[in-house]
Design a protein around this ligand. Structure first.
Ligand code: FES
Ligand SMILES: [Fe+2]
Length: 243
């Protein structure tokens, strides 16, 4: 089942450039582009004339021109030009989606537009503060149900086995981790502490730990498709404060 009345990340903001971008969100083909004013727009990727995929067309001054017979659509999905005729029918339009660009991400609302509440969008302020939070980003397509990815991230018992040589380390310390799970209004959050444990290879490489550590993982699932991850370690027994 797909939740339609929800915000979904459709792209990184810097993916919207001079060419239309095709994505499939909630099994719907969507084309993304920027209007003349630079604002992001998202339309059904299907021309209302003869159903050609709009992403195969061209961007002309912030509008998208279908590559089949040349109809032109603006960011609201309205047809604004039809080659060879001056009359544009009222219903010559394609569906547009509520779209918000925030913290370097482009979010789409796939359901009823009047229910699209921007305050429901998950905050990622770290993306905007590269000095304090150095970051880079990418896209990683996975051929599988998105819920399997949520399952994977919310069940870290696999770390000691699957990631033994990197972020995993010794499987035994994952089994005995102190685990606290909390329901949230929109999902679930857990905190895992692996106190006085041997740091896994990636942690040693990144921070140069010489001995045992107190290690923490804090993960939060925000329905339907966001998982926030925090992880870190300190020398075992050292005082800890949240950065
Ligand atoms: S199919 Fe798009 S203009 Fe004809
Ligand atoms: Fe993993």
């Amino acid at each position: 089942m797909l939740l339609r009345n929800a915000w979904y990340i459709a792209a990184w903001a810097d993916e919207l450039g001079s060419a239309p971008l095709a994505r499939r969100i909630c099994n719907e083909p969507v084309v993304l582009f920027r209007g003349k004013d630079g604002r992001a727009a998202a339309l059904t990727d299907r021309c209302c004339h003869r159903a050609a995929p709009l992403h195969l067309g061209t961007l002309i001054e912030g509008r998208i021109q279908c590559g089949y017979h040349g109809l032109v659509f603006d960011g609201s999905g309205r047809c604004v030009a039809i080659p060879g005729q001056s009359r544009i029918p009222e219903d010559a339009r394609v569906r547009s989606y509520p779209i918000i660009e925030k913290n370097q991400l482009v979010w789409l609302w796939m359901g009823e537009a009047e229910k699209a509440d921007p305050s429901l969008i998950v905050d990622f302020p770290y993306h905007d503060d590269k000095a304090k939070w150095p970051n880079k980003h990418d896209m990683y397509p996975i051929r599988g149900n998105y819920m399997l990815m949520v399952d994977n991230l919310m069940d870290l018992t696999h770390l000691g086995y699957l990631h033994a040589k990197t972020v995993g380390g010794n499987p035994a310390q994952h089994v005995t981790a102190e685990m606290k799970t909390t329901r949230t209004p929109t999902g679930l959050k857990f905190t895992r502490w692996m106190k006085n444990s041997v740091p896994p290879p990636s942690y040693v490489k990144a921070a140069g730990f010489a001995g045992r550590v107190d290690r923490c993982q804090e993960f939060e699932f925000v329905a339907p498709s966001t998982v926030l991850q925090w992880t870190g370690a300190i020398d075992a027994g050292a005082p800890y404060s949240d950065p």
